[in-house]
Unconditional design. Structure first.
Length: 239
């Protein structure tokens, strides 16, 4: 491993640049760090915040200017320990659910998991959902304030044309609704930070960070179980 390459422990190219720039000289202002790391000024804060979350650098204010400070290089070991703990937790979780997943598999039927990433992935899943639904069917969901409005507009345009109904539970009343008159809407405070859609054939879970993560689960038992859970939430939701 080269001295300026920490990609094998999970640092991106930009994070590498900022880390080693601060290793040479610290603290640095945002402007100084942008120049030293050879990263655009607009991207510097975004990349630096990721290193802060990893516990490798910190920021403070001096003379009303934000400055970035490198932690002791030994903090890399703390970061690695945290990653190992997270991997152990994920491994234990998989070990717990594997028997249940195997039991859900029925003869001649497989549980199909599909994973997508990014806004293009969410668009692909959204188009697939709405185009494969029959007219007058119903989508049940937990709603979030989707940042990609054009994607949402296109979804609702096709949904209206196919006369597909939609039931939505939102975490708060501030989220702007599309076609509120057509949709059945209820509220449960802070119910979710991720989106959920339940159709006749699949369950879709999605987040919307910088790169949205989407998981599609296709299996009758999953669909039925999620629908049962949803009905309970619906009954307890505020109109």
């Amino acid at each position: 491993m080269e001295i300026k390459d920490l990609s094998r422990i999970g640092l991106t190219k930009g994070e590498n640049k900022i880390y080693f720039a601060l290793l040479k000289k610290s603290p640095l202002t945002k402007t100084e760090l942008s120049k030293k790391a050879d990263i655009s000024y607009s991207k510097t804060q975004e990349v630096a915040e990721k290193l802060i979350k990893k516990g490798l650098i910190s920021l403070f204010k001096k003379n009303n200017k934000i400055q970035y400070q490198l932690h002791n290089p030994s903090s890399i070991l703390t970061y690695i320990e945290k990653k190992k703990k997270e991997l152990d937790e994920e491994e234990n979780l998989v070990k717990q659910i594997l028997p249940k997943l195997r039991n859900l598999k029925e003869e001649g039927e497989e549980v199909i998991f599909e994973a997508y990433e990014g806004w293009d992935g969410l668009k692909q899943v959204s188009n697939s959902i709405i185009n494969n639904l029959n007219s007058n069917s119903t989508v049940q969901g937990l709603g979030i304030d989707l940042k990609n409005k054009s994607l949402l507009d296109n979804y609702h345009k096709i949904r209206k044309n196919k006369k597909i109904k939609q039931m939505m539970i939102y975490p708060n009343k501030d989220i702007k609704k599309i076609d509120k008159k057509e949709n059945t809407v209820r509220y449960l405070p802070d119910i979710t930070k991720i989106g959920l859609s339940i159709t006749d054939k699949e369950v879709i879970l999605f987040s919307q960070e910088d790169k949205p993560t989407i998981i599609v689960i296709k299996h009758p038992s999953f669909v039925d179980s999620f629908r049962q859970i949803y009905e309970v939430l619906w009954k307890n939701a505020e109109r």
